[in-house]
Write a protein that binds this ligand. Structure first.
Ligand code: ZN
Length: 165
């Protein structure tokens, strides 16, 4: 087991919203990932879900958040944001997050968990190494996973792959 960071009720509220977005993605034929950008006052600024079903496998919600933030926020505002996400950023999204200068990341489930589930289900590894955020962007503060919400995320991924969770 990897260490788990204590999350507060606000964190869990936004993470629940992310899991809802992930479920919405799955229901729409996409992979179950959802993310929310929150400002320093706890207001949701932007939210998105996975949109890779069209064939562009870079359409991750965390990447869209980075691009939205670069277009709409000052560097100071970006640094004060928190990105909540159903699944920890992949290396592409971790890099985008860091280049754009966003703040803390809170995830419901970790990349390590997702890899372990895939392995358990006999799935081949993806084309990108499942590196933790801090192996890609060591300056970013991270928190997660959440025990209960990560179980919900696991169930969504099991549904995606047609296996019993
Ligand atoms: Zn990504």
């Amino acid at each position: 087991m990897e260490p788990q960071t204590d999350l507060n009720d606000d964190d869990r509220r936004f993470l629940t919203r992310c899991v809802d977005l992930a479920r919405e993605a799955l229901d729409a034929g996409d992979e179950p990932f959802g993310s929310v950008l929150v400002d320093a006052d706890g207001r949701e600024l932007f939210a998105d879900r996975n949109r890779v079903a069209g064939g562009d496998h870079t359409c991750h919600p965390e990447f869209e958040i980075a691009r939205w933030a670069a277009d709409h926020l000052t560097p100071q505002q970006r640094a004060e944001t928190v990105v909540f996400t159903s699944g920890e950023h992949c290396p592409m999204c971790s890099a985008a997050h860091a280049w754009v200068g966003l703040g803390r990341i809170v995830y419901a489930s970790s990349s390590q968990q997702l890899s372990a589930w895939h392995k358990e289900w006999g799935l081949a590894p993806g084309p990108v190494l499942p590196l933790p955020v801090q192996d890609v962007a060591p300056g970013i503060e991270v928190a997660g996973p959440d025990p209960e919400l990560s179980t919900q995320v696991r169930n969504l991924h099991a549904r995606l792959h047609g296996v019993d969770a």
